[in-house]
Write a protein that binds this ligand. Structure first.
Ligand code: FES
Length: 103
């Protein structure tokens, strides 16, 4: 379990790239919820946190070819990506965002 950010520092509807023990993770805040998925697109070496957050769909869109990854499962809803990205357990403890990355 690693503290990666303060919840209040995450703007709603945005993605933030953080490093968790060498793993690039995209933190996404939607309202009072926070999600953590692998930051590297499964289609090419692109940072998903540079993409747009689709709050209603709970998806993060790749900025290069627009595959939209589920924040809950990591599965892309749209092509060209076909492989999921990892999802990580994330909790907020006393205002700290805590992510668990198992290696
Ligand atoms: S690099 Fe992400 S969909 Fe192509």
């Amino acid at each position: 379990m690693t503290v990666v950010a303060r919840f209040d520092d995450l703007a709603p509807g945005t993605a933030t790239k953080v490093d968790v023990n060498g793993t690039a993770v995209a933190l996404v805040r939607i309202g009072d919820d926070v999600y953590a998925i692998g930051d590297t697109c499964s289609h090419a070496n692109v940072s998903l946190s540079d993409g747009e957050v689709w709050c209603d769909e709970k998806q993060l869109e790749c900025p290069r070819h627009s595959s939209a990854f589920s924040l809950e499962t990591g599965v892309p809803a749209t092509l060209p990506a076909t492989q999921p990205v990892p999802v990580f357990d994330v909790t907020v403890v006393n205002g700290d965002v805590v992510v668990e990355v198992r290696s």
